[in-house]
Design a binder for this molecule. Structure first.
Ligand code: SME
Length: 154
């Protein structure tokens, strides 16, 4: 499956779930399976001025609550934009989750211009993330944004 077809398939799966919690779990499961480079895959949800760790696959992270002014996670939510870090050892914002992590991508989950949370993926390989990963994850984040908003409305 190409990246775009995979993004469409995961988005359809997210749309099809009965509740937002299951939709997030399905998204995490399918993303973790998408690439051997994706060593840690998780979702943070915005709660006030903090990002709270939701479902994840990979080693437990010490960062279960991240203030918006900290980490790559805080930066992506604040800038409302995807951040790719090719080498986390060279980025002073980085909060370590695992000693093996070398690169990271964080993609905001938004609805109507508002940040609801984000998808965070770590890799043990330097420079693991590029434009195809960004496109895939933004497609899934878009579906999650709709699903999380529907859930809030129901
Ligand atoms: N590396 C993130 C923290 C989350 S852990 O990677 C799971 C950051 O710098 O915000």
């Amino acid at each position: 499956m190409t990246g775009d077809a995979l993004g469409d398939a995961i988005a359809a799966d997210v749309d099809a779930q009965v509740d937002a919690a299951t939709a997030m779990t399905v998204a995490i499961d399918r993303l973790k399976a998408a690439s051997p480079d994706y060593s840690w895959v998780g979702i943070y949800l915005l709660d006030g001025h903090e990002l709270v760790l939701g479902p994840f696959l990979g080693a437990p992270s010490p960062h279960t609550r991240i203030p918006l002014d900290r980490g790559i996670c805080g930066a992506a939510a604040t800038q409302r934009a995807t951040i790719i870090v090719d080498d986390v050892r060279a980025d002073t914002r980085y909060l370590a989750c695992s000693l093996e992590t070398r690169s990271e991508i964080v993609v905001p989950i938004m609805a109507e211009g508002r940040v609801l949370g984000e998808i965070d993926i770590d890799s043990d390989r330097v420079g693991a993330f590029g434009e195809p990963d960004q496109r895939l994850l933004e497609r899934v984040a878009d579906a999650l944004g709709r699903r999380l908003t529907d859930a809030a409305a129901s």
